[in-house]
Design a protein around this ligand. Structure first.
Ligand SMILES: Cc1cc2nc3c(=O)[nH]c(=O)nc-3n(C[C@H](O)[C@H](O)[C@H](O)COP(=O)(O)O)c2cc1C
Length: 350
């Protein structure tokens, strides 16, 4: 039973016991020596909260708004591919759980269910994650599909000019989806499924091109450098995701929560900043919010929940985090997210 687990680490353990070890490795793994995978969680470990007291936290409000939609809490589902690998119910189960939890699911371009079918089944606010393809006409057609399916924002992944080198997958020979599964959003008008290509030639002009192709809010995912955050705002993006792709692209890049303060400084409130990577506890969520994020995404924990118990498992992960955030807010003296201010976070002194 998924609801037996009392924290996300326990959900991970259940998932691991149910998954083919090769698929577990695909989900858990990162690039190279996985230093950045570890850094994302280690960076949260080095930060501590400095709570306020006697602030009437009897009523707590976890809600936030992004691009016109309300989220019941500042936690959303980051884009991850191949949900049918984790559970036969796949992306529709994840979307159902996100909708029931009142939050956003970012659907990966590498989803194993078509965006139309994911949208049909639930109430979740969906955003669509895009790798801009060298074939711009095809890219535009994918965007049209996402728009027609009701997606409310486009999340453009910028940290992947080439594929990261994931050595677990190389060692396991896991280089493609098992037969019967396909990236359904990559079907072209002939019905053939195209490979997702990484385009090493992308520039800021690509953002300008996207601006001309869609009216959806554009969220740039994979920003770590404050100068890029500044450029993103100057190029008219509507939001930024501070992300290192969960340590799956370049091993050795900095932890996302370490990158956040400088990016918050560069953006100066002009667009919302989101963050993902290593968020596993309510205190991690509060830490990121205090340092300037409006909401945080979770990648692997969603796949753990899916593998452990389908839609109920994903819901369980989201509700574990919700109650963790709620308790952490009470115990830091925050009745609403506006009370989560930078002074609440302190580095561990050595
Ligand atoms: C199995 C897996 C697949 C992923 N697929 C995508 C993807 O298709 N597009 C994308 O932008 N990010 C992808 N990511 C990265 C996530 O969106 C997110 O940045 C990362 O998982 C956050 O870190 P966390 O797993 O520690 O929460 C993937 C991550 C994992 C673990």
């Amino acid at each position: 039973m998924p609801s037996d687990e009392i924290n996300l680490a326990e959900v991970a353990a259940t998932a691991r016991s149910r998954l083919d070890p090769v698929h577990w490795d695909f989900i858990a793994g990162g690039a190279g020596d996985e230093r950045t995978v570890r850094a994302n969680t280690a960076a949260f470990d080095r930060l501590r909260l400095r709570p306020r007291v006697l602030r009437d936290v009897s009523k707590r409000d976890l809600r936030t708004r992004l691009f016109g939609d309300e989220l019941s809490m500042p936690v959303f589902v980051s884009p991850t591919g191949f949900h049918r690998l984790a559970h036969p119910a796949g992306e529709p189960a994840t979307a159902y759980a996100a909708g029931a939890a009142g939050t956003v699911m970012v659907v990966s371009m590498g989803a194993t269910t078509a965006i139309e079918d994911i949208a049909a089944g639930g109430t979740a606010v969906l955003w669509f994650q895009l790798y801009v393809q060298p074939d711009l006409a095809f890219t535009a057609a994918v965007i049209r599909r996402a728009e027609a399916a009701g997606c409310r924002a486009l999340v453009v992944t910028a940290d992947s000019p080439v594929f990261g080198r994931r050595e677990r997958d190389l060692r396991n020979g896991f280089l493609d989806l098992p037969s019967g599964l396909a990236c359904e959003n990559m079907r072209d008008d002939t019905g053939a499924v195209r490979d997702i290509e990484m385009d090493a030639a992308l520039t800021w002009d690509s953002v300008a091109w996207l601006r001309g192709v869609t009216r959806l809010p554009i969220v740039l995912k994979g920003v770590l450098h404050p100068d890029d955050a500044r450029l993103a705002v100057e190029h008219g993006v509507d939001g930024i995701v501070v992300s290192n792709h969960g340590g799956r692209q370049l091993d050795g890049v900095m932890a996302t929560v370490d990158a956040l303060p400088a990016i918050a400084g560069a953006v100066a409130g002009r667009v919302p900043i989101l963050l993902d990577g290593g968020v596993r506890r309510g205190t991690d969520v509060l830490t990121a919010l205090a340092l300037g994020a409006t909401a945080v995404g979770i990648g692997r924990p969603v796949l753990w929940g899916l593998a452990a118990g389908g839609a109920a498992g994903v819901r369980h992960v989201l509700e574990l985090l919700r109650s963790d955030v709620d308790r952490a807010m009470a115990l830091t003296g925050a009745a609403s997210l506006g009370d989560v201010t930078p002074d609440l976070v302190q580095p561990v002194s050595r």
